[in-house]
Design a protein around this ligand. Sequence first.
Ligand code: ADP
Ligand code: TPW
Ligand code: MG
Length: 578
Amino acid sequence: MSAVAEKAVTTTDESVTTDGFHLLIDALKLNDIDTIFGLPGIPITDLTRMAQVEGMRVISFRHEQHAGNAAAAAGYLTQKPGICLTVSAPGFLNGLTALANATVNCFPMILISGSSEREVVDLQQGDYEEMDQLNAAKPFCKAAFRVLHAQDIGIGVARAIRSALSGRPGGVYLDLPAKLFSQTMEAAAGRNSLVKVIDAAPRQIPAPEAVKRALDVLKSAKRPLILLGKGASYAQADAEIRALIEKTGIPYLPMSMAKGLLPDTHAQSASAARSYVLAEADVVVLVGARLNWLLSHGKGKTWGQDKGAKKFIQIDIAPTEIDSNVPIAAPLIGDIGSCVSALLAGVGSNWAKPDAQWTGAIAERKDKNLTKMAETLAKTPSPMNFHSALAVVRDIVKANPETIVVNEGANTLDFARSIVDMYKPRKRLDSGTWGIMGIGMGFAVGAAVITGKPVIAIEGDSAFGFSGMEVETICRYNLPVCVVVFNNNGIYKGTDVNPRGGDVAPTVFVKNARYDMMMQAFGGVGAHATTADELRKAMLEAVASGKPTLINAVIDETAGTESGRITSLNPQSKANKK
Ligand code: ADP
Ligand code: TPW
Ligand code: MG
C-alpha cells in the first residue's frame, strides 16, 4: 500500500463511527449467522433493513411466533442458534412461545427483542409497548441477557450464542433497548469489541469408568434395545450411531424426530414392534431421549412392569436428566458423538450379537404388523381416510428422501409418524415434547430457508389454522413448500354436535372448507383432492415444480379418534349430575 493510501485509510478509520445497529449485525455475521427470522416495527425496523443491506437474509413473517419457530427449526437443523427478531412487549410475547418451545425441545435459538425506555419501563410510567421483558423471559428460556452499551453488544451476542449451544441446547433471550441501536462508537474500537465464539459446544468426553459401567450393563443384556431421541439427531453423530447399532446387532427404536437417523426400513428397526420391545427389553440404551410422557416416564404397563426389572443406560449431555423418572443403572454423561464413540471402542470386533430368540421374536411381530399395515394402506376408501391419504405421502417421501417433513395435528400426527417412513437424518420436524400445535408453517419456512431443501408439511386442519397466514410468507419467498391439509372438518373429527343446538360444537369447523384457496390468494398453487389419485397427482406436481402449494385433502370426518393416540390423557368428569 502506498504511503498516501495508507494515510487515507488511517484518517478515515479514526473519523468513522459505527452504531448499535451495525455492531449487532457485525457480531452475528462474525459468528457465521447469516439469517434473521423476524417481524419489523419500532425499534427494529431499520435493523431489518440494514441487515439485508449487509448481506444477511431477513425473512419477515406475519406473526412472531412463526418467526420464532422458524428460528428454532434452523437451530435444530444446523447446530447454530436460529435468530428471531421482534419488537417490544406484544411482539416479544408472541415470540416467547416459540422460545419456550425451543427450550423444552432442546433446540438452540436466540430471541432478540427491542425494548422500550428502561427509565420509563422500570418506573411503570406507561411507555409505548412497556414491559419488563427480561424478567418475563427468564422462566421460559435457558438464559436471558440485556445489553445497555454499544461496546457490550459483542459480548452480549457471544454470551447468547454460547448459552444456546453449550451443554443442553436451548432458547436464549437477548434484550436490546431502543436507545442502544443509535449509540455510536469509533468503528475500529467497535470491531475490536466483537467476539467470535470459539468452540461453542465443546466435546464432552464421558468418564472411562462410566463407559465401562455402561458396557458391563449392556453385556449382561439378554434382550437389549437402543432408543434414539431427537438429541441423537441433533448431535450429528450419524455415522457413529449407525455403527453402534450395526456392530452390536441390537434392535433400535427411533422417537419421532429421530426417524431417518437410520432409514426406517432398516432391518434392525423395531418400530413396527414398538409395544413388544418396550415391554420385553431388559436393558435399554437411551441415546438423547428423555423418559418423559412420550415414553410413559419409563415405567408402567408400557414398559412391562410385571415382567421384571429393566435396566437403563442413558447417554445425555445434561447430568440432571439422569434418574428424572426411574433409576438409571449406567448414566453416560457427555456429547452423543463422544459417548457413542467410546461405547464403540469398547464393543470391539467380537461383540456377541443379541440372542436370535429376541431378534427373531421382534422380526415375527414386525412382519405381521407390516403385512397388516400394507393391506390397510392398499385400500382406497371414499372419502379418503388417514391411511389412504398417508399411503400417498409415504410414496412421495420415499421417492424424494431429501424432503423435509413437517408434521402436526392429532390423528394426522399419530398416523403420519407411523406410516410415513423417513430415510435420512434430521428430515422430520414435529409437535415435539409439548405436543404443540402451531409449529407448522414456521418450521416449514425455517427448514426450507436454512437447508434449501423441499418441505412437505402434513397438517391437521386445526393444526394448520394456528400458522395458516404464513402461506403468504411461503409465497412471498417462493419456497418449495407443499402443505397438505388433512381436512376432516375439525379437531380430531368433524362430527361433534352441540346437544343444546345453537352454536356448533367447540371441536368442529366450517364444513368442506377450501384451504387450497388460501394459497391461491397469494399466487401459490392450490389443489383440492378428494381421492388418493388426485392427492398423488397434486403432490407429484408440487414436487416437480417446487412451487408453493397447498393441497386440501378431504378426509372422512368420522375417521379420527379423540386426541389421537393419547385419548387416555383427557380427564373424565366424575360429577353424577347429568
Ligand atoms: P425425544 O423427544 O426425541 O425423546 P428429548 O427431547 O426428550 O428427545 O431428549 C433429547 C435429549 O438429548 C435431551 O435430554 C438433551 O439434553 C439431549 N441432548 C441434546 N443434544 C445432545 C448432545 N449433543 N449430546 C448429548 N445429549 C444431547
Ligand atoms: C398450542 C390441543 C392437540 S391436537 C389439536 C389441538 C387443538 C388439533 C387436532 O386437530 P387437527 O388433527 O389438527 O385437525 P386431526 O387429524 O386429529 O383432526 N393448542 C396448542 N397446542 C395443543 N396441543 C392444543 C391446543 C390440541
Ligand atoms: Mg382435523
